[in-house]
Design a protein around this ligand. Sequence first.
Ligand SMILES: [Mg+2]
Length: 289
Amino acid sequence: MGENAAGEATTPFDGLLLDVDDTLVDTRAAMVAAGTAAVAALWPDVAPEVHRAAGTHFHQDPGGYFTKFTTGEMAFAEMRAARVAEMVRAHGLTEVADVATRFEEAYRPAFRDSVRLFEDVEDLLEQATAAGIRVGALTNSDERATAHKLELSGLSQAFVTVMTTDTLGFGKPDPRVFAHACELLGVAPERTLCVGDHVEVDALAATRAGLHGVWLRRPGPGSPRREELAADDEALARAHGIPVVSSLAEVGPILTGGHASRPERPRGPAGLGPGGASGPDLGGGRAGR
Ligand SMILES: [Mg+2]
């Protein structure tokens, strides 16, 4: 892996860990579409704008239930039911018996029909494989939902390992998750690149765990608030020497030591290096699954 016959390293990295949601798969679009369809199925008499607003609310998860799942405080089904209940309250929807089950039944086929892989994924996987780099998926979603998403996207066989929150009972940004993923991949953390769309949970947490984080800032539907948040995230990444890319096409050269330089390891204040003290709350909470 990443070395020639003499055992000398030929690439800066031996391992690549990729987040799944909104990094490989356009989960945000699929979740909003499926949430909208599920609300329309359960509350057909409500205006279409409300279907869309409630479906978007379900994805955005303002109650932070997805974070509770990633820290092991909530089971996956419980987390999803809590999000549905909160959405019902927030949008003044009428009570429906067995609402969580019926929502999921309507949501599932709509999600299946909406999910798609980003166009830049396959090329990166091919480049990594050609360079002898071992590739794993590391997601905060659960095992079943992830297997389903990867299957729908044609990525079932693409990874040496797929690590989910179920693996250890908690997820990113806990540094133990990154260490365990490297172990499963058979690579050293300091020779592993980790790419994801969440600056804290993916890129910064990986860097703090001794890997090399890269923040993927995908262009998306813009709003002033979203732009503001993205600008804050970018400043955070830059402050820690974390490369910022807008497409996975930019990751290949970093991975193989091509056109882009190898990312700088963070230096400076305590708590930024491997095993360092914990930093600010990395709970995230945006765009939960
Ligand atoms: Mg993600």
